[in-house]
Design a binder for this molecule. Structure first.
Ligand code: ADP
Length: 555
C-alpha cells in the first residue's frame, strides 16, 4: 500500500519564501507590511490605496462528514490553479480555532499539497488575533460585572446580562457557571456562561466591520443585557467601546501568509459557520480584492450554513457579489448520505453514492436560488472507485452542471486546473446575484423562508421563550436585521442524524439572540451549542513536540 505523508510532514518539507517576497509579488506597498517573524505579516490596510474590484469566488460544500470534505483544501488548491492559468489571484481564509484543532475536526489550513504555510503556527496561536478577540470579549464581561459591583448606575438586571465570557477551547464544563460568589467583596453573584471565542459577537463584529472606525462604532452598539425595566444596555452606555477597540488594534490588520505554491493568502477572522456567520473578515476580502483580480474565499460547511450567511449577511454588508460558486463534494459524503456507516466509507458502493447524491442536488438547487451558477469540485480521494466517480460525472452532465474531478490534495494547483477553467467560464458570464430575503421581512418570516427554501422543511416552530424574544426584537426595532441561523452542519434539519435530503420536517427555534453590534439576530435551532465539547479521543492525544521544538502529530 502507498504511504501518504501527513499534512504537517508535507508542510514541513515544502519550500517557504520570506514574507516580504510574497508581499512584493502581491503588489502590497512595503510600508504596509508588518512582519511577524519570517513567514507571516500583518498588513496595514490604511496604506493601500486601490479600488476594490477583484472578483470573488465562493467555495462551499455539500453537508459534510465529521472529518470535513476538503473545502479549505479546494479553496487553497483552486487559488494555486488560478495562478497556474495566469490569473492574478489571492486566497482569503478564516483563522483556525483551537477548539477543533485539539478536538476532532482538525485545523483550517487545507491539506495535502494544497495548504497554507506555516501551517503549525497558523493552526496554533497565529498572530494572536483569537487571543485579542477573547481578551476584548472578557474585558467587556469584567467591565459589566464591575459596573454592577460599583453601584450599578445603569440599573442593569444581573439576571438579564446576556453578554457571556469566552475561551478558544472546547470546554463543556464552562457552559453554565455562577460568578461573583464569596460575599460582598467578591462581586454580585449571577448566572453566567462561556461560549467558544469563534461564536463571540466580538468575532462577528470584527469580521463584519470595514475599518477601525466602523469596528468601534459597531462595538458601541453591542447589547450586553437589559435593565430592571427591560431596556437594552449597550457598550456605549458603559463607555468602553474605545478600550475594547484598542485591544483589537493589531488584530484587525489582516494576516498575510502563502500557499505551498507561493500564492498570497490573507487569513483573518474565524467565526464558525454552524453557530456564527462563518466567513473571514470583510477587511481581508476587500483588501484581497484591491490587490488581485480573483479572490477565492470560503464559507464554513454547506450552502445551508456558511454560504447562506455569506450571501445574506456578509455579501450584503460588504456590498460584494460572488462571481462564481464552487461546491465541494466527495464520494465518501455521498455514501454517508446514502446510508453507509462511518467506518465503511472507504469501500466501493455505487448504490450508496446514487442514493446519497440527493444531498448534493439540494445544495446545488439552493445556490441557484442566489442567482449564481454553481460548479461542482469533486474532491478526489484515493479510495474513490472509477465507477463511483463516473456516476457522479454522468449525473452532473445529464443536468448540465459543470463538474471537475479535483486532485489538489494530491497534486497541488496542477490538480485544480480543470476546475479553475470551469470557474473562470462562470466568472466571465454575467450572473444575477441576489440575497434570499429582503431585510424588511419580519424576523420570523426570514427564518421561515430559510427553513422552507434552503433547508427544504415544511415550517418553523418557535418555543415559548423564542416567541417572547421575538416580541423584544420587535419592541426594540431590531426586526430589520438579517438572521444568523445556528444549526447542525450534518443535516438540512435540526437533527444531525437525518442525512440525505430530508422532507416533511419542522425546524424548532429554541432561542433568538439579538446581536446589535454585529447587526444580526442569532436563531438557535434544535440542540446546537455555542460551546462545543471535546470527543472521547480528542486530537490532542496524538500531538507532541520533539526536543528541537517541532510540532508532531498536528494532523
Ligand atoms: P473542510 O475545510 O471542508 O473542513 P479541509 O480542507 O480542512 O476540510 O480538510 C479536512 C481534512 O481532510 C484535512 O486533514 C485534509 O488533509 C483532508 N483531505 C482533504 N481533501 C482530501 C483528499 N482529497 N484526500 C485525502 N484527504 C483529504
Amino acid at each position: 500500500m502507498v504511504e501518504y505523508l501527513s499534512d504537517l510532514e508535507i508542510a514541513n518539507r515544502s519550500e517557504i519564501r520570506p514574507i516580504q517576497e510574497i508581499a512584493e509579488k502581491a503588489g502590497i506597498p512595503k510600508e504596509s507590511v508588518e512582519p511577524y517573524g519570517f513567514y507571516k505579516a500583518k498588513i496595514n490596510t490604511q496604506l493601500i490605496d486601490a479600488p476594490v474590484k477583484g472578483k470573488v469566488v465562493l467555495v462551499t460544500a455539500m453537508s459534510p462528514t465529521p472529518a470535513g470534505e476538503g473545502k479549505s483544501t479546494v479553496t487553497v488548491g483552486l487559488s494555486d490553479a488560478f495562478k497556474k492559468i495566469g490569473e492574478n489571484v489571492m486566497v482569503a481564509l478564516r483563522e483556525p480555532s483551537l477548539g477543533p484543532v485539539f478536538g476532532m475536526k482538525g485545523g483550517a489550513t487545507g491539506g495535502g499539497y494544497a495548504q497554507v504555510l506555516p501551517m503549525e503556527e497558523i493552526n496554533l496561536h497565529f498572530n494572536g488575533d483569537l487571543h485579542a478577540i477573547t481578551t476584548a470579549n472578557n474585558a467587556l464581561a469584567a467591565f459589566i460585572d464591575n459596573h454592577i459591583y460599583q453601584g450599578n448606575q445603569l440599573n442593569i438586571d444581573p439576571r438579564r446580562v446576556t453578554w457571556k465570557r469566552v475561551i478558544d477551547m472546547n470546554d463543556r464544563t464552562l457552559r453554565q457557571v455562577v460568578v461573583g460568589l464569596g460575599g460582598p467583596f467578591k462581586g454580585v453573584p449571577r448566572e453566567d456562561g462561556f461560549d467558544i471565542t469563534v461564536a463571540s459577537e466580538i468575532m462577528a463584529v470584527f469580521c463584519l466591520s470595514r475599518d477601525i472606525k466602523d469596528l468601534k462604532e459597531n462595538i458601541s452598539k453591542i447589547t450586553i443585557g437589559f435593565t430592571y425595566d427591560r431596556k437594552p444596555v449597550t457598550v456605549k452606555d458603559l463607555g468602553v467601546e474605545g478600550a475594547l477597540t484598542l485591544i483589537l488594534k493589531d488584530a484587525i490588520k489582516p494576516n498575510l501568509v502563502q500557499t505551498i505554491e507561493g500564492t498570497p493568502a490573507l487569513i483573518h477572522g474565524g467565526p464558525f459557520a454552524n453557530i456564527a456567520h462563518g466567513c473571514n473578515s470583510i477587511i481581508a476580502t476587500n483588501t484581497a480584492r484591491q490587490l488581485a483580480d480573483v479572490v477565492v474565499t470560503e464559507s464554513g460547511f454547506g450552502s445551508d450554513l456558511g454560504a447562506e450567511k455569506f450571501m445574506d449577511i456578509k455579501a450584503r454588508r460588504a456590498g460584494l457579489e460572488p462571481s462564481a460558486i464552487v461546491v465541494v463534494a466527495t464520494i465518501r459524503a455521498m455514501k454517508m448520505h446514502g446510508g453507509v456507516a462511518k467506518d465503511e466509507l472507504k469501500a466501493e458502493n455505487v448504490e450508496a453514492v446514487k442514493k446519497g447524491i440527493v444531498n448534493l442536488e439540494k445544495h446545488l438547487e439552493n445556490l441557484k436560488q442566489f442567482g449564481v451558477e454553481p460548479v461542482v469540485a469533486l474532491n478526489a480521494f484515493v479510495t474513490d472507485s472509477e465507477e463511483e466517480v463516473n456516476f457522479v460525472k454522468q449525473w452532473c452532465a445529464e443536468r448540465n452542471i459543470k463538474i471537475a474531478l479535483t486532485e489538489v490534495w494530491e497534486k497541488g494547483g496542477e490538480g485544480g486546473v480543470e476546475l479553475a477553467k470551469l470557474v473562470k467560464e462562470v466568472m466571465d458570464t454575467e450572473q444575477n446575484f441576489k440575497p434570499l430575503y429582503e431585510l424588511e421581512l419580519p424576523v420570523e418570516e426570514k427564518i421561515r423562508k430559510i427553513v422552507q427554501d434552503i433547508y427544504g422543511g415544511d415550517d418553523v416552530v418557535f418555543t415559548d421563550s423564542a416567541k417572547k424574544q421575538l416580541k423584544t426584537i420587535k419592541d426594540n426595532g431590531w426586526d430589520n436585521y438579517p438572521v444568523c441561523m445556528a444549526k447542525t452542519q450534518y443535516s438540512f434539519t435540526d437533527d444531525a442524524k437525518k442525512l440525505g435530503r430530508p422532507a416533511g420536517f419542522e425546524i424548532t427555534i429554541r432561542e433568538l439572540i439579538p446581536k446589535t453590534g454585529a447587526g444580526f439576530i442569532v436563531a438557535l435551532t434544535g440542540d446546537i451549542m455555542t460551546m462545543p465539547g471535546l470527543p472521547k479521543q480528542p486530537a490532542a492525544l496524538n500531538m507532541d513536540i520533539d526536543e528541537n521544538g517541532n510540532a508532531v502529530g498536528l494532523f
